[in-house]
Design a protein around this ligand. Sequence first.
Ligand code: AMP
Length: 592
Amino acid sequence: MILGIDLGTTNSAVGIVDSGFPILLADEEGQRITPSAVWIGENGEIEVGRKALRRRSLEPERVVTSIKRLMGRRTAELGENFPVAVTSSNEGLPLVLGKSPEEISAEILRELRRIAEWRMGVEITKAVITVPAYFHDAQRAATKRAGELAGLEVIRILNEPTAAALAYGMDRLGEKSRIAVYDLGGGTFDLSILELQDGVFQVLATHGDTQLGGDDLDGLLLTKILTSAGITGLSLAARARLMAEAERVKMALSEQERAVFRVPFYEGSRSIEQEISRADLEELAAPWIAKTQRLCRLALADAQLSVEQLSAVVVVGGSTRMPAVRRGVAELFKREPDFSQHPDEAISLGATIQGGVLSGALRQIILLDVTPLSLGIETFGGLMNVLIPRNTTIPCKAGELFTNAADGQAAMRVRVLQGEREMAKDNWELGTFDVPFAPSAKGQARVGVQFKIDENGILEALARDIATGTDTVIQIHHAAVNVDDAAVEAMVSESVKHAFTDMAERVFTEAKLKAEELLPAVDAVLAQGLALDAERGEIEAAAADVRAALAAGAANPLKAAVQRLDLATEALAARLVELAMDAALERQLAGN
Ligand code: AMP
């Protein structure tokens, strides 16, 4: 097995080809994206990803992000602002908190490897790792070294645009096809033009800016807000909180026309609240998008191509979710680019495909058949949880771990569903069965559900009680693949028709489940007087907001309120965990 790894400036992800199908691997929190952040404690302790970012409000100076910017470079070359202090080794190489960029990147790779091994249940020692097309030899070598430090044999360093093109299936376009890959992430932008020659992508030209990305826009937005509110002189921690809110508002404006920037009590009694419209954001973004367009023109000129000579344009990177960016790309390339892949996942998916080809796990010729509709099971709150998405090539296999919703629950009903709607009740039921397990406290039982569709289109649903290893299996013949065309069309058009109400229902149900978990916990902690004076006001206000939104039954306000409560209790939750750890340690010491 060979891992496919996207080691990004802001985020990273890992995938593998399993049963002939490339999949990205989710961590214990169900997340397929791991922030490229590393917390290094005073005594050398390490946390990676979301766990590292959660430390940012307490120890911003010990959380390293954007380490990719330092890979393979000398301290003298840097001269730019870096989120944490950089010192120089005797050899003139950068050090962050006493570690080299390779060592810090290795921690991210080690975490991705751990997630993959935990998901797959086997040791994995080989990987394909992606790098920007403009990375020079020293940067590529540093990336390879980081892989080795993480115990991985790096089988190939793959260009990110090539990985994106593979994810989009552009290798099937035919000889001499030319593809432009527009990649606008959090910290960097690049445009690469590839040409398929003898089945291999060659980079014809690449242009970009390693200091241009979504983060800049967060900064511009924050500056605008601070200026209009007349705010100056912020502490590092307050600035980090405000930047996070600026990013949240920016992302919300990709979906909606207006959003409220709201940070209460960011420094003592100071609060900010300002409404921002999509038009405000787009005004700030216009010069920033124009800059990417200029770089695209330079790449086209370098490759001596006109936009008409391109066979396809694909986009990747989280910032391409912005409608204004999409319009900018369409305008420049005089066509609608392909947006069909997940912008944050395309590169890791492509790396995974490359890994699969290299290990022989993926043979690219046999395209047997695809699932006409998504397959999944019902979960908490009556939601459809998709295990195998529509249009997945068969044979295929996918699974996920579930837990019990109530204390003392001793069985779980698995309803096998097919369809494109967000709520289980609107999809078709293919079968149902019960999985018994030992009665356990809420969230303690572990049941793995796996769907497998073989070459003949037979769906096998398996549920395993992880504690005992007992399996329950049902087989559903032909239902998964042989569906009447008209019925498929009807289901898909229904899902399009109901897309907005369905989505709102899902957002509301998910936020409600989270609120129901959070509120009693917050009440208990407040009742015990564990909150600091400085944070209590905001926590109470956020909790009241959640209750009001629950009562009003509106999806987006509830989601926002829950996020606010989450943020308000972040530092408190971190302290409680530390207290619990100290108490456990004391008990241990007392026991010895
Ligand atoms: P990447 O480096 O590809 O992971 O992209 C990360 C960047 O994408 C960050 O600057 C995010 O703020 C940005 N981003 C992610 N989702 C969205 C969204 N829905 N709208 C606007 N920007 C987004």
